[in-house]
Design a protein around this ligand. Structure first.
Ligand SMILES: NC(=O)c1ccc[n+]([C@@H]2O[C@H](COP(=O)([O-])OP(=O)(O)OC[C@H]3O[C@@H](n4cnc5c(N)ncnc54)[C@H](OP(=O)(O)O)[C@@H]3O)[C@@H](O)[C@H]2O)c1
Length: 307
């Protein structure tokens, strides 16, 4: 059982419901809500206290798209945590291909670079004791029925992965959905690469599956927003069992940190072609996730951007 857990992006959606479910486990003693917006963080804390009847929540101010903000936040933690849930992320805001001050796209900064810095800082300071979970997505291996392709890179080299991070890979054609899938693909690879670096911790990438009741579609623009937010998620996908409730998605994160039978470094997501239902190790879909050379190249490429 994890007594203390830090969750990024915990003021809404899956992060907040994960906090709620964990607070209902009596062994949980402290939950850190890592958020970038103080007003939203305070409202979430008050609501979580009310719905769970527990006063175990503490706010940590952190913008995961800014490495300095992440380092400052990590330094404020006075006690180690048992579990880290790296949940903040989504479609990279309104301008996913614009650069952050760290020289990466907003898409990459929001979903991954800040989490890499956070995990590195916590491991360096021995402030993480048991398990790190990253919020992955079936988009990392593509979902045919949703028009998402499997990643198909040319060289799978450090240079090519670096080009995804700084956005040059997308020169000419900037499709946020493709960029999102590739960031989540690289995240799963990066998590697998951590196993060889730290034998005391478990590293799990877990997709929540297609989950309704969150704001993840809000930043999409144009036709993709209309397609996903107003047609696919609320109408088409529920009819074919391709979307589940918020509690179900967040439960995957809770199970991911509480159940230690999963393969260390594994990427778990929906077992079938639908982004719902039971989960399974995704190497069954894509052998890339088992490729140590790719994993190390991803890890090296990301660390080129960390000063
Ligand atoms: N919902 C799905 O169907 C689905 C499927 C697969 C994977 N996922 C993944 O699950 C995770 C949670 O998504 P969600 O559906 O719960 O979306 P959401 O409702 O939009 O929640 C995202 C959370 O991340 C926070 N966040 C975003 N950028 C941040 C930053 N730079 N610094 C700190 N916090 C930041 C948001 O805070 P603000 O309120 O301040 O924006 C919010 O609390 C994401 O990583 C997403 O990619 C979701």
């Amino acid at each position: 059982m994890n007594k203390s857990i830090l969750i990024t992006g915990a003021n809404g959606g899956l992060g907040k419901d994960t906090a709620r479910q964990l607070a209902l486990i009596k062994e949980t003693e402290r939950i850190y809500l890592a958020c970038r917006n103080e007003t939203k963080a305070m409202a979430a804390k008050a609501d979580l206290e009310k719905t769970t009847g527990r006063s175990i929540f503490e706010i940590v101010m952190m913008d995961v798209s800014n490495c300095d903000s992440v380092r400052k936040a990590a330094a404020t933690l006075t006690q180690p945590v048992d579990a880290l849930v790296m949940n903040a992320g989504g479609m990279g805001g309104k301008t996913p291909f614009e650069m952050t001050q760290d020289g990466v796209t907003q898409m990459f900064g929001t979903n991954l670079l800040g989490h890499v810095v956070l995990l590195d800082e916590l491991m360096k300071a021995e402030k993480l004791k048991k398990v790190a979970l990253y919020a992955g997505s079936e988009a990392a291996r593509g979902i045919k029925s949703m028009g998402m392709k499997q990643p198909n890179l040319k060289t799978y080299s450090v240079e090519e992965f670096s080009s995804i991070i700084d956005g040059s890979y997308f020169d000419g054609k900037k499709d946020p959905m493709e960029a999102y899938g590739l960031v989540k693909y690289m995240a799963a690879m990066w998590m697998s690469a951590q196993v060889a670096k730290n034998s005391d911790l478990r590293f799990i990438t877990m997709s929540p599956g297609a989950t309704s009741g969150t704001a993840v579609m809000d930043d999409m623009s144009g036709i993709q927003r209309i397609m996903f937010k107003y047609i696919m998620m609320p109408i088409v996908m529920p009819l074919s069992g391709m979307v589940h409730k918020l509690e179900t998605g967040a439960k995957r994160f809770v199970d991911g940190i509480e159940d230690d039978s999963k393969v260390n470094g594994g990427f778990y997501a929906s077992k079938s072609n639908k982004p719902t239902g039971p989960v399974a190790n995704q190497i069954a879909f894509l052998r890339d996730f088992d490729n140590v050379e790719y994993q190390n190249s991803v890890d090296e490429a990301i660390h080129r951007f960390i000063k």
